[in-house]
Write a protein that binds this ligand. Structure first.
Ligand SMILES: *[C@@H]1O[C@H](CO)[C@@H](O)[C@H](O)[C@H]1NC(C)=O
Ligand SMILES: *[C@@H]1O[C@H](CO)[C@@H](O)[C@H](O)[C@H]1NC(C)=O
Length: 223
């Protein structure tokens, strides 16, 4: 972290120690590029038969363009990618065809987004601002393979390469947390409302190391 960011964090946390006014880091991708991305270092391998993945996201990208929201790739496969599709639907893909959800479009106002999936039942769902979608059955019996890298901002067509600026993320993304279980609807509602528990055991945004590549800014702001 840069000294100016650290100083700002100290100033904010000493000035506003209230429970709600918690400083939190946020990631801004200011421009469309085929080079800028942020790697997130997980706390444990993504060897998953279930997960909950949440984030807060805002983007002004609209129209006919795909937008990558989260990309986990091993040398062989896109293991877990979250997309906004050409037509505005939201989706995720586990090494193959995806599961798509017809939901209100992302926009400039922040959306709290979660996806959940469980291998044993195949149940997949999406949550927007704490509201649950219908359930779909997807990739029953599948396991997400460990050994890859997670990046925000770009979709890699090869291991950390082959980026396409027409799929890049432009906007703000933060509070990216991941669990190796399916959290209950009630817990996801509480997370949307600002609750910090339970902490993600795969990614905990407060402690996860971020490696910035190119034009992406980490800033601290109060929420
Ligand atoms: C993945 O998890 C399974 C089940 O817990 C375990 O048997 C396996 O050894 C793990 N694989 C790796 C590469 O960590
Ligand atoms: C983040 O972690 C730091 C140090 O571990 C802790 O002091 C702080 O309260 C945490 N912030 C939140 C929002 O939980």
């Amino acid at each position: 972290m840069r000294p100016s960011v650290v100083l700002f964090l100290i100033a904010v946390s000493t000035g506003l120690a209230g429970n709600w006014c918690i400083p939190m880091k946020t990631l801004v991708f200011p421009t469309q590029t085929s080079t800028s991305y942020v790697e997130m270092i997980p706390q444990k391998p993504l060897n998953l038969t279930a997960f909950t993945l949440c984030m807060r996201v805002a983007t002004e990208l609209s129209g006919k363009r795909e937008v990558i929201l989260f990309a986990y790739r091993t040398t062989n496969n896109d293991e877990l990618n979250v997309w906004r599709e050409l037509d505005g639907r939201l989706s995720f893909y586990l090494a193959g065809d995806g599961v798509l959800f017809k939901v209100p479009e992302l926009g400039a106002l922040q959306t709290h987004l979660c996806v959940t999936w469980d291998s044993s039942s195949g149940l997949a769902a999406l949550f927007m601002d704490g509201k649950r979608s219908l359930s779909k059955i997807y990739r029953k019996g599948h396991t997400v393979s460990p050994g890859g890298r997670v990046i925000l901002g770009q979709d890699a067509d090869s291991y950390l390469g082959g980026f396409d600026d027409q799929q890049s993320f432009v906007g703000e993304i933060y509070d990216v947390n991941m669990w190796d279980t399916v959290l209950s609807d009630r817990r996801i509602k509480c997370l949307f409302a600002g609750n910090r528990e339970p902490r993600g055991n795969v990614f905990d945004w407060n402690t996860t190391e971020l490696r910035i590549n190119g034009n992406a800014e980490v800033a601290i702001r109060e929420r």
